[in-house]
Design a protein around this ligand. Structure first.
Ligand code: KDG
Length: 308
C-alpha cells in the first residue's frame, strides 16, 4: 500500500555496553544506525508500511544492515556501492553524556545520487520522508534529497522533513540555507527549537517554521514535550515521565509515531500523542533503533507496565 518512503544513509554502529570511557568498555552491541532507517523501522513496528532506500558497501556490515532492516519489516532497497559501509562508535561517558564518532566520510551511503531516486516508487508513496543529515553527506546526496522532494511535490505526494542538524557533519552557517530551502519544500516538518534557530529568525520556532510553508509543524523538545501547528491549530503535548537510559533514537521514534498515525488518518492530537509515547518508550531502551515500540509496547507504557 501507499506507505512511507525514505532515503538516507544507514550505518553499522558499535555501542559500548555499560557506562564509562571507551577504554573501559567490556563489550559492544552491534546495531544499525541512521535517522531515516530508524524512522522506517519505527513505522513498520507500529504496523505501517515503510520503504527505505540507500547505498550499502560490499562488506559484511552492508549485508547485515540490509538483512536486519528487512527482519524489522522494512521494505529495503539497498543499492550496492564499491565504497565501505559507514560506521559509528558510541559510548556513554556518564549517565548524561554520550560520545559518538562517525566513520562515514566517503562511505557508500554518502554516495547516493539523483539517479538512485526511484521516481515510480515516490509517485506511489503515501509520504516521502527525508532529513537534513543526508543533505550534509555530499553534493550528490544533497541533490538526491532535493530531487526526491521535488519528484514527490510534482506528484502531489506529501513531503516530510526532519531537520536533524548534525554539528559533526557541517557548521550551522553552512547548514542554514540548505535546511531552510529543504523545509520550505515540506508539508510536514519536525525540528528541535535549537535546530529551528539555525535558519528561522523568530522567538516562536513553530511560527517561524510555519512561515516557510509547511502546514504541519512539530517542534519536539525532548523532556519538555512538543508544540505543533497543524492545519492552523496549535497543540501542546507534554512529555511522558519515564526513566531515560539512552536518548538516541527518541527523535526518530517520535517522527515514526507521528507518520504512522498520519498514514492511518488519525487526528492531529492523536498523532502527537503517539509520537510522544513512542519517543518516551525509545529513551528507555539502549540502542539507536532497538527501542522503537510496537503498538503493544505503547499500550504497556500507558498501562504503567514500564515502571514495574
Ligand atoms: O537519530 C539518531 C541518528 O542520529 C543516529 O542513528 C545516527 O543517523 C545518524 C546520524 O547521522 O547521526
Amino acid at each position: 500500500g501507499p506507505g512511507i518512503l525514505t532515503l538516507g544513509e544507514a550505518m553499522g554502529i558499535f555501542v559500548a555496553d555499560g557506562i564509562g570511557t571507551l577504554e573501559s568498555a567490556r563489550g559492544f552491541t552491534l546495531g544499525v544506525a541512521g535517522a531515516e532507517s530508524n524512522v522506517a523501522v519505527g513505522v513498520a513496528r507500529l504496523g505501517g508500511a515503510a520503504t527505505w532506500l540507500g547505498r550499502i558497501g560490499p562488506d559484511a556490515m552492508g549485508a547485515l544492515i540490509a538483512s536486519r532492516l528487512r527482519s524489522f519489516g522494512v521494505r529495503t532497497i539497498a543499492i550496492p556501492d564499491d565504497a565501505f559501509t559507514g560506521l559509528m562508535i558510541r559510548f556513554q561517558r556518564s549517565g548524561q553524556f554520550i560520545h559518538a564518532d562517525y566513520h562515514r566520510s566517503g562511505s557508500a551511503g554518502s554516495r547516493l545520487t539523483v539517479a538512485d531516486v526511484p521516481v515510480a516508487e515516490i509517485e506511489a508513496a503515501g509520504i516521502v520522508h527525508v532529513t537534513g543529515i543526508t543533505t550534509a553527506l555530499s553534493d550528490t546526496a544533497r541533490a538526491a534529497v532535493f530531487h526526491a522532494v521535488e519528484t514527490a511535490r510534482s506528484a502531489g505526494v506529501p513531503v516530510s522533513v526532519d531537520v536533524n542538524y548534525r554539528s559533526k557533519l557541517w557548521s550551522r552557517f553552512d547548514a542554514a540555507p540548505v535546511l531552510r530551502d529543504l523545509v520550505s519544500r515540506a508539508d510536514v516538518v519536525f525540528a528541535g527549537p535549537d535546530e529551528a534557530a539555525i535558519f528561522v529568525d523568530s522567538p516562536d520556532p513553530v511560527e517561524g517554521l510555519a512561515k516557510l510553508g509547511p502546514s504541519e509543524v512539530v517542534v519536539k523538545d525532548g523532556a519538555r514535550g512538543c508544540v505543533a501547528l497543524i492545519d492552523g491549530v496549535r497543540h501542546e503535548v507534554p512529555a511522558l515521565p519515564v526513566t531515560a537510559v539512552d536518548p538516541v533514537g527518541a527523535g526518530d521514534a517520535f517522527v515514526a509515531g507521528y507518520l504512522a498515525d498520519r498514514q492511518t488518518g488519525a487526528a492531529a492530537l492523536e498523532r502527537l500523542r503517539t509520537a510522544i509515547a513512542a519517543g518516551a518508550f525509545a529513551v528507555t531502551v539502549p540502542g539507536d533503533c532497538e527501542g522503537l515500540p510496537t503498538r503493544a509496547d505503547l499500550a504497556a507504557l500507558s498501562g504503567g507496565d514500564i515502571n514495574r
